[in-house]
Design a protein around this ligand. Structure first.
Ligand code: AMP
Length: 122
């Protein structure tokens, strides 16, 4: 397991700690999932590690189990949140990384986006 880190200036650390309100989708000892405040689509939530990792650019082999948990949780939560089943349905997973990658919040987060089209973006 990854040692837990908290950045007192990070909005997603504060959300994971319950210091800023959010619409929770899922929580366990390592992960937190919540609805995006500006959804692109009928289903749009994010899965974050509770430990502070700034982005995918900081990920190393020690994070493989944590990332594996996020990626295997995503399809389950997508269905629970109303995404239609594969293959006619499905969802999009997005991990914006760095300025060029369109990352605005510097705490690793995996967007899960789906539901009936049209979508506002994407
Ligand atoms: P990104 O561009 O990948 O860094 O996306 C950050 C996302 O976080 C954006 O889609 C925002 O709408 C979302 N966001 C920012 N602040 C909050 C918040 N307090 N609660 C929920 N979503 C947020």
């Amino acid at each position: 397991m990854t040692a837990s880190k908290h950045d007192p200036d990070c909005v997603f650390c504060k959300i994971a700690a319950g210091q800023i309100p959010s619409k929770k989708v899922y929580e366990d000892d390592e992960l937190y999932a919540f609805h995006d405040i500006h959804p692109w689509a009928p289903v749009h939530f994010m899965i974050i590690p509770k430990t502070h990792i700034a982005s995918m650019a900081q990920v190393g082999p020690e994070h493989a189990p944590l990332l594996g948990r996020i990626m295997t949780l995503a399809p389950r939560l997508a269905l629970e949140q109303g995404c239609q089943p594969y293959p006619e349905g499905g969802f999009r997973i997005v991990v914006n990384t760095g300025t060029v990658g369109g990352q605005e919040v510097h705490h690793l987060h995996v967007h899960v986006i789906g539901g009936p089209r049209p979508w506002a973006r994407g």
